[in-house]
Design a protein around this ligand. Sequence first.
Ligand code: GLN
Length: 227
Amino acid sequence: MSTEQIRDGQSGGEGPLPDGSPPPRDYSSLTIGVLALQGAVSEHLQCVARCGARALAVRRSGLLQEVDGLIIPGGESTTIGRLSSLYGYAEEIKELAAAGKPVLGTCAGAIMLAKKVAGQEPLIPLMEMEIVRNAFGRQRESFETELEIPVLGTEPFCGVFIRAPLITAVGKGVEILASYGPGIVFAREKNLLAVAFHPELTEDLRLHRYFLELALERQNAGRRPAE
Ligand code: GLN
């Protein structure tokens, strides 16, 4: 079977592909919410749908109870943070995370999840990490670079950075999944993922699939009869 066929979802196998990338599996049982207050919402919805899961734009907080995982998109963290508290999302997102459902924060979304944000109060403090907003300065407001991300396989991943933050320190329970220059750009703490760049602005679905795998694991664990 060619890699292309495998990538098109015809492999029923368990575990990562030979290059280490997440397997394209049947994700149709999953509903993934994208917090739709501001920012790159439609791009994430499209990526989720292209992976074969149901994508739901979360425009009222009650919808968070329907999702198997949540993506907090890039945009402006102060705006997303302010609206999240105003409409009561912040508490529901904490509950969703505490229930073990995966949350992926990209760029501004990653800032939202950090317990420490340099120079300001945290927004939805969930991950043991410190993050610096707009860490690359004016000269490098936006750029693309190839990143080594072993959990996504051996092929480099195109990191699109737009006024991006950088994770400068992580706590004990946080795995560093990718670094760039002086900092960390992809980190995981159990069911929580923080990404400093914009995977939704590339054609590459590996990072979204990695996230969907966590949602699938959580869903399967919930369905298993108690021992
Ligand atoms: N600079 C933005 C912030 O600090 C994040 C930018 C982005 O999400 N692309 O919130």
